[in-house]
Design a protein. Sequence first.
Length: 325
Amino acid sequence: MGKIGYVGVIFLGVLAFLGSVQGQLKFGFYDQTCPNAEKIVQDYVKKHIPNAPSLAAALLRMHFHDCFVRGCDASVLLNSSSTNTAEKDSPPNLTLRGFGFIETVKSLIEAQCPGVVSCADILSLVARDSVVTIGGPFWRVPTGRRDGTVSNSTEALLNLPSPFFNFSTLQASFASKGLNVSDLVLLSGGHTIGIAHCNPSFATRLYNFTGRGDMDPSLDSEYAEVLKRKCKVPTDNTTIFEMDPGSFRTFDLSYYRLLLKRRGLFKSDAALTSDSAGRSIINELLNAPVSKFFDEFAMSMEKMGRIEVKTGAYGEIRRQCAVVS
């Protein structure tokens, strides 16, 4: 066999291997090994999220933060140790919440099927079911993810999109995970149910945008005054503000309408309208029934949930989500 032919065979073999790994992520992965797994998740979510609806946004955010660092492998759930600072203790993740919620669901599943269902799959399912429970879109969640064994604070800093990113850096960040501009705009739509702390998320836009004590000129002035009344000082790290004021408990198109009025809370929100492609996608969503947003958001979520998944012989199945088994 010639050298080119030999290389071609190796290349096809690599493609076949990658295909087989990806193929292990499938719908109903636990049908035989833990048939009640998805129902246990759904029942717990439906029982508790109505009593704490703001957790839906928190759990959706946690899923996003997990997938953008080492793929969707539950590395964001791991605790730090004496020799390692984990993702959850990295600055972008210090406001994450819902870890106890995930751990409780895991314990319920472990009681029925010990060592079978991964924390990565549980987080993916909980995020979806929480959004559905508050009236948001449903998306399909194929399962078979395995849990990662590495969690590093620095990797979270390097991989998570920042609320201070402009459009080009956002686009590059998403592209590095196999997501396109449509995915960027659609997944940002999850901010329709979110909240944020004044500092460090957006106070700089109000008080020191360029380092000279100025305000971000892209902010609507009336909106900026409302924000300043809530966030009275640039160092306020306790006060929270709704990402989608007046509609933050409803999964709808209001977030996008606010962006066109220059009322996006983060610089990264405002950035979506600074690019013609981003604006075009937003206008298409606003000129269509909300069902279009739901359908397209669902497709982007399913796509995000497949980022760099560990399947087959890779990773592990943790017994506790915060600790490597």
